[in-house]
Design a protein around this ligand. Structure first.
Ligand SMILES: [Zn+2]
Length: 220
């Protein structure tokens, strides 16, 4: 059973219900009820994922597979060259992550900026994608999803009117509208990504949203 409605402290199964057929994902169609399961299906089907990106308006460049030490490696990773909005730095992500991010920025973040902040989203700031490290930076923890380019840490949003809304500055201290904006895009990210960690999760996430397509299934 996949629960994608609210965010809260819901723990979700990482495995889609096998009895429910999942049709192919068209990234140019709006996010719908099946989108989360369609994205999940791309995880084990690199050819289908590549074709899904190729059929969309998202412009990417395939990166060479990479291995770096015992647990840091990636395959089927793309660099986003052009999306609906620019990012503050290079975005290197697994194919399913790139697909989910594209839908999140276009169908969730950009409309929420207009709805709550009455301005257009013009840039997304992030703190990194691929990074060879373990979870929470510990020396014996499981490898982070960042170690396989399967995660991004999003820290803020630039608006056309010049405003910048940040997780660090506005999650608790922002205006009512800014706080509502950040919560809506966090909550709705949970329908696309496998793991969404915000300041509600722990202090290590006070300044960013961690989004990944791993197997954990947490939304908080
Ligand atoms: Zn992260």
């Amino acid at each position: 059973m996949l629960l994608i409605a609210g965010c809260g402290t819901v723990e979700r199964s990482p495995v889609p219900d096998a009895s429910t057929p999942v049709g192919p994902l068209d990234l140019e169609r709006p996010v719908g009820r099946a989108t989360g399961r369609q994205l999940l299906a791309l995880k084990n089907d690199p050819d289908r994922c590549r074709a899904t990106l190729a059929a969309s308006r998202l412009q990417v460049r395939a990166l060479e597979n990479r291995r770096n030490g015992a647990f840091c490696h990636y395959s089927d990773v793309v660099q986003i060259l052009r999306s609906t909005v620019p990012y503050s730095g290079p975005v290197h992500l697994t194919c399913p992550m790139a697909a989910a991010l594209y839908l999140w920025e276009r169908d969730i973040v950009a409309p929420a900026a207009v709805k709550y902040l009455s301005s257009r989203l013009v840039r997304i700031d992030h703190m990194g994608t691929y990074s060879c490290r373990r979870r929470q930076g510990g020396s014996s923890n499981r490898p982070s999803e960042h170690a396989t380019a399967n995660a991004i840490d999003v820290s803020g949003f630039r608006l056309e009117d010049g405003r910048r809304v940040t997780v660090l500055g506005d999650w608790s201290q922002g205006t009512t509208a800014e706080r509502a904006f950040l919560r809506e895009i966090r909550d709705r990210a949970c329908g696309l990504f496998q793991v969404v960690l915000s300041p509600d999760y722990n202090a290590a996430h006070r300044d960013h949203f961690h989004l990944d397509m791993g197997d954990w299934g947490v939304c908080r």
